[in-house]
Design a protein around this ligand. Structure first.
Ligand code: PLP
Length: 245
């Protein structure tokens, strides 16, 4: 088990390097986030011990269960799943960044809680670039208006944008999603909205990380290619309206 995870991590590093080389980017510009949903703390620890300390969890309950074990190693924890407002207090205990802010009501409630506690938080805005109904995220058309609204909350530092690309074998369709995210970043940064400078693009997963890196990803989120297949289908994490089994 340990050997597998370590080998897989090295394979991903090579994939990152190759993709960076191809697109004339410095591999240091691309961080690997371990997407650790369903992965047990002992397996996460193996990756942390190898020096990979950026972790993403999708569910607050699961994060809470694992956090006290994995937090000993002081990883940087990002929340990357759909966040319900009634879980805000709990998620703020553990997450250093929330990558899945996709609506003003959520931003408002995060702000209220942070203001009470006299804290600030790094966030990303999640954009639904594939247009699939099953995906969370603000639509590309509404992304800039949402970013402007969120920028008024002084407790929230808008660091980046996040997207899940179309799950497809048609790489040009997947690429379009990543290009859309990059375009929003460029438009926002060119329009000089006060308090916003988008530095990060979190995009690309096990199957499409090369395309994402070519299109400007600064964080890729990888689960399966490191830890193996998961027991639950991703719809369980990506769309809570769908029940499985
Ligand atoms: C699970 C997940 C990933 C990683 O997906 P893999 O295909 O296993 O690499 C990335 N981002 C989000 C939001 C996820 O839920």
């Amino acid at each position: 088990m340990k050997k597998h995870i370590i080998n897989n991590l090295h394979t991903i590093q090579k994939r990152i390097q190759t993709a960076c080389h191809k697109s004339n980017r410095n591999p240091e510009e691309v961080r690997l986030l371990l997407a650790t949903k369903t992965v047990s703390p002992d397996r996460i620890q193996i990756a942390i011990d190898e020096g990979f300390s950026l972790i993403g969890e999708n569910k607050v309950q699961e994060l809470k269960q694992k956090a006290s074990t994995i937090s000993v190693a002081k990883p940087e924890i990002h929340f990357i799943g759909h966040l319900q407002t009634n879980k805000i207090k709990e998620v703020l205990k553990w997450a250093h960044c929330i990558e899945s802010v996709d609506r003003i009501s959520l931003a408002q409630k995060l702000h209220n809680r942070l203001a009470l506690d006299n804290k600030t938080l790094d966030i990303f805005v999640q954009v639904n670039t594939s247009g699939e109904k099953s995906k969370f995220g603000v639509s590309p058309e509404n992304a800039i208006p949402l970013l402007k609204e969120i920028s008024q909350f002084e407790t929230l530092n808008i660091k980046g944008l996040m997207t899940i690309g179309l799950l497809s074998t048609k790489s040009e369709e997947v690429r379009k999603c990543f290009k859309t995210l990059k375009t929003i970043q460029e438009q926002v940064n060119a329009s000089a909205i006060p308090n916003i400078k988008i530095e990060e693009l979190s995009m690309g997963m096990s199957g499409d990380l090369e395309i994402a890196i070519e299109e400007g990803a600064t964080i890729i989120r990888v689960g399966t290619a490191i830890f193996g297949e998961r027991e639950y289908p991703d719809t369980y994490y990506w769309n809570e309206q769908k029940t499985i089994i």
